[in-house]
Write a protein that binds this ligand. Structure first.
Ligand SMILES: *Cc1c(COP(=O)(O)O)cnc(C)c1O
Length: 436
């Protein structure tokens, strides 16, 4: 059954895979009653802060600082992509591609969930007092305990890397269920750390389902559920407070006259949704969040446009969910996140694979940074806002002075990608460029 959208043209445009900006008509509506509380976000922030020393103990030499990334001015990228006479505020790149140990945004949610599991087991088994020093979790006694527990996750790659590396470092038995098309180097990296990688024919959703079923049948087994996990979501939401401090340090005011506009690549929705949720808790109506999704996999757009009464997938409107954007090839949005985003998300823009590669190349040329293609999905966001009729409609309706705006493009992954992979990405991007 084809879901019913507000407009037939939207459906046609989505089906033709024409890149578009969709504005959320119910932005500002009420959050569901069971929505996470500001207290829960704060607890996640505190837990991650308490884990700094533990993470350093688990990865000696690897980790120089906390699980945090730079907010980098991106004037060169802005100049490369915009006309000199356009007034559109200041661009920044949020460098989650450099997050320690996991090399992607998944460090935030993934580490938070694994550390929550480890802490709760240690408390339950009498090894740790509530609020105790978490470095204890890196001790031989804790390790011995954790070997008796299994942590399982289904992933297209980066979530598996994040959960797998952290859980294995703590001593857990770890199983990562991956779709067979997941990148070889990601599987190799996990196996080197003692993680069991199970490959599944078929889609990411099937890999997740298989992992969930297996974990349910085993005692002392935890399944990290990318589609429904609150602990993942809160780990992402905890990104907001440090970002607010970075903005303050950079002298970027956020208020009614100085909007903050954030562009985030979206897969199942947990990472961009959690970050949006955390930012909304701090900045309210002064922050405007847009998701970027591949033209073949706009699962959050489709879900929100159809309304939230039932789950809708990109397959339901005849799309094939085929894209080179690892981690963004998701057919169905998280049922935990989509009701929250109905109230908070400003809109979604879609990107073709050719655009992904072009944007990745522009980031490389202007800033010298190697992103993975999916991590460059959000780069075109400020252009959508400034140059499209829909973007101008949004700016007008919300009284945004774009000249005073701070635009943050969330770069979500890339630093762990092997150099030869990056070279292949660049070659492909250059070949596409030459063909234009
Ligand atoms: C996972 C991922 C995303 C999106 O996160 P979701 O929680 O799946 O929406 C974006 N970029 C990269 C590089 C990712 O690995």
């Amino acid at each position: 059954m084809t879901p019913v959208f507000g407009s037939a043209t939207l459906l046609e445009k989505l089906q033709s895979k024409e890149p578009l900006l969709w504005l959320n008509p119910v932005l500002g509506s009420m959050l569901p009653k069971d929505a996470p509380t500001p207290d829960q976000i704060e607890q996640a922030e505190t837990r991650l802060a308490r884990c700094d020393a533990l993470i350093r103990a688990l990865f000696p030499g690897d980790v120089v600082g906390p699980i945090e990334s730079e907010l980098m001015p991106a004037a060169e990228l802005q100049q490369a992509l915009t006309q000199p006479d356009t007034q559109q505020g200041a661009w920044f790149l949020k460098r989650d591609d450099t997050l320690p140990v996991a090399g992607s945004v998944k460090a935030r949610g993934g580490f938070h969930e694994v550390l929550t599991i480890a802490e709760s087991i240690a408390i339950e088994q009498g090894l740790l007092a509530t609020g105790g020093d978490l470095r204890m979790l890196a001790s031989a006694r804790a390790r011995e305990l954790f070997t008796r527990y299994t942590v399982a996750v289904g992933s297209t790659g980066n979530l598996g890397l994040s959960i797998g590396v952290m859980a294995a470092a703590l001593g857990f038995d770890v199983v990562v269920h991956m779709s067979s098309d997941a990148k070889q180097w990601k599987k190799d990296r996990l196996r080197r750390r003692g993680v069991r990688v199970v490959e599944h024919e078929g889609s990411y959703a099937q890999a997740v389902e298989a992992g969930r079923e297996e974990a349910l049948m085993k005692p002392r087994s935890y399944f990290v559920d990318d589609e429904r996990s609150l602990m993942l979501f809160l780990g992402y939401a905890a990104a907001a407070r440090p970002l607010a401090r970075q903005l303050e340090k950079a002298g970027r005011v956020v208020d009614a006259r100085h909007p903050l506009i954030v562009y985030l690549p979206c897969g199942v929705g947990g990472a961009p949704g959690g970050i949006t949720y955390g930012l909304k808790a701090i900045f309210g109506p002064h922050v405007h969040c847009f998701f970027a999704e591949p033209v073949a996999s706009p699962c959050m757009l489709v879900q929100l446009a159809a309304g939230n009464s039932e789950q809708v997938s990109v397959y339901d409107i005849g799309l094939d969910n085929q894209t080179d954007a690892d981690g963004l090839a998701v057919g169905q949005a998280s049922p935990l996140v989509s009701p929250l985003m109905a109230a908070q998300l400003s809109g979604v823009f879609t990107v073709s694979d050719a655009q992904l590669y072009r944007q990745m190349l522009r980031v490389k040329q202007s800033l010298g940074i190697d992103l993975e293609p999916s991590a460059a999905a959000a780069v075109g966001g400020p252009l959508w806002l400034n140059d499209s009729p829909e973007g101008r409609e949004y700016a007008y309706a919300h009284h945004l002075d774009l000249a005073e705006a701070t635009h943050i493009i969330w770069a979500t992954g890339g630093s762990l990608v092997p150099p030869e992979e990056h070279r292949r990405f660049q070659e492909h991007a250059n070949a596409l460029e030459a063909r234009r």
